[in-house]
Design a binder for this molecule. Structure first.
Ligand code: NAI
Ligand code: MG
Length: 492
């Protein structure tokens, strides 16, 4: 699978060296059937609701998952309400903090198992889940554990209290990390939760349920209901839910915003993106190449903050693209559980078809399609080779819409103003990167971008102390940092 097949002789020296397989061997058994976690109990769910979850790297069935209906969602919300009223809402912050620290430590202890399950369920390489997702998951619990007894300082001069029961709906691209982003601040602030994982990635959430039980978190403080859109909608519509936190597509974000209008429910929305990677001629080019690759290929482009538009200063465009292509030719595509894999599988057959459709649309609208060929993509499973689309226009579909795959649309600019104008010419506003060695230019451009997050000479950098979130159609509200507490607090 990882054989070197250079397409052009100049690539010989740079192509990925053939390596022996290096599979991750940590045992992490996949349960045959997943149900729900309600009131501290794992419940099997209804037989007639079972659906199959597939392994992205092979396309083979991975496990059977039950889908919660409105009645099961109601049981979860009732359990959350009762836990809020009886124990969690009124517990001293220092006591709540102890549970969060315990959860964080247990996640660290079991992180390899979690990483393996995540890679099998999501399709992303073990290098990503082991070195990025899992450390961040633990870090989020540690960070918000520290806030639990300091909420008097969360909003200066104000006394605060929890909102109540939070319904949290998360996507499949960072299954456990999105659960951590949602759960840690909610629990630290004294809220109880009903969490709905994405239907294609329920495994790590259910292992987290085990960890919560091991940490002796009081029953009902966190409840997990599996299922697809209908389960999510039942949670959104439940009158006993005080707040909805959603991460996912802009389309479903709009549905939820409409569904909750006038209900008094609080909302936070973390939606799609079309991030710009702006590379100036004076940037450290090899670093920028690495950042561009990290921003779009290491997670198969399945990142809301992916740098899916590359804006290169015209004078260096050809040279930069050349370096980028050479680096792409060294990426290893394949088995997510192989420690040498750089690029794994897309999460589902739907995503695969969607990404292929977008590449076709790009081609039809006149884009030149270039795909790395040094490392062949496996025939089985949901793989797409890293793809560059050049010769595209600002108005092309592939430049405007979120593709959510390893597809990078390449544009050029001549002046900083043109770069800013092009970067801002999108309905989204989640994340962007600016690459230049000149600090004044960096600050000028960064401040002019309509983007919730701007990385300076970097990409996809996360820290629990740093707020993350979007503008415009990328959503509202922030997760992470002190700002991540606010959506879960009422001013008293
Ligand atoms: P989605 O937005 O449908 O799914 C996200 C979550 O929302 C899942 O848990 C899903 O079960 C739930 N959901 C779906 N319909 C719902 C409804 N009516 N009410 C309540 N919850 C509902 O995303 P999907 O269909 O998996 O992916 C489609 C596209 O969305 C992707 O190709 C990508 O462009 C974008 N997306 C963006 C994400 C981001 O992080 N910004 C994450 C996932 C998808
Ligand atoms: Mg959907």
């Amino acid at each position: 699978m990882n054989q070197q097949k250079p397409s052009d002789p100049t690539l010989k020296l740079r192509g990925a060296l053939p390596l022996a397989p290096a599979p991750e061997r940590c045992p992490a058994p996949v349960p045959e059937r997943l149900g729900h976690f309600i009131g501290g109990e794992v419940v099997p769910g209804r037989d007639e609701s079972l659906f199959t979850s597939y392994e992205p790297a092979t396309g083979e069935p991975l496990c059977q998952v039950a889908a919660a209906d409105a009645e099961e969602v109601d049981r979860a919300v009732t359990a959350a309400r009762s836990a809020f009223d009886r124990v969690w809402g009124g517990m001293p912050g220092a006591e709540r903090g102890k549970y969060l620290y315990r959860i964080a430590r247990r996640i660290q202890e079991r992180s390899r198992e979690l990483a393996v399950l995540e890679s099998r369920d999501n399709g992303k390489p073990i290098r990503e889940t082991r070195d990025v997702d899992l450390p961040l998951v633990a870090a989020h619990f540690f960070y918000y554990a520290g806030w639990a007894d300091k909420l008097d300082y969360a909003i200066p001069g104000q006394r605060v209290r929890p909102v109540g029961v939070a319904g949290q709906i998360i996507p499949w691209n960072f299954p456990l990390l999105m659960a951590a982003w949602k759960l840690a601040p909610a629990l630290a602030t004294g809220n109880t939760v009903v969490l709905k994982p994405a239907e294609t990635t329920p495994l790590t959430a259910m292992m987290l349920a085990e960890i919560l039980a091991e940490a002796e978190l009081p029953p009902g403080v966190v409840n997990i209901v599996n299922g697809a859109g209908a389960t999510g909608a039942a949670l959104v519509d439940h009158p006993g839910v005080d707040k909805i936190a959603f991460t996912g597509s802009t389309e479903v974000g709009r549905i939820i915003t409409r569904a909750t209008a006038g209900s008094g429910k609080r909302l936070t929305m973390e939606l799609g993106g079309k991030g710009a990677n702006i590379v100036f001629a004076d940037a450290a080019l090899d670093q920028a190449v690495e950042g561009v690759i990290d921003g779009i290929f290491f997670n198969q482009g399945q990142v809301c903050c992916a740098g899916s538009r590359l804006l290169i200063e015209e004078g260096i465009a050809a040279a930069f693209l050349d370096r980028l292509k050479r680096r792409i030719e060294t990426l290893r595509i394949g088995d997510p559980l192989d420690k040498n894999t750089d690029v794994g599988a897309l999460n589902s057959v739907e995503q695969l078809q969607r990404v292929q459709r977008y590449i076709e649309i790009g081609r039809r609208q006149g884009a030149a399609v270039w795909q790395g060929s040094a490392c062949p993509t496996p025939e089985q499973g949901y793989f797409v080779a890293p793809t560059l689309l050049t010769g595209v226009q600002q108005t092309d579909t592939v430049v405007r819409e979120e593709i959510f795959g390893p597809v990078l649309s390449v544009l050029t600019f001549r002046t900083p103003d043109e770069a800013i104008r092009k970067a801002n010419d999108t309905e989204y506003g989640l994340a962007a990167s600016v690459w230049t060695e000149k600090a004044s230019k960096l600050f000028e451009v960064a401040h002019a971008l309509n983007s919730g997050v701007v990385w300076a000479n970097g990409a996809n950098l996360f820290d629990p102390a740093s707020p993350f979130g979007g503008m415009r159609h990328s959503g509202f509200g922030r997760e992470g940092g002190i700002a991540g507490l606010w959506p879960y607090l009422e001013i008293q």
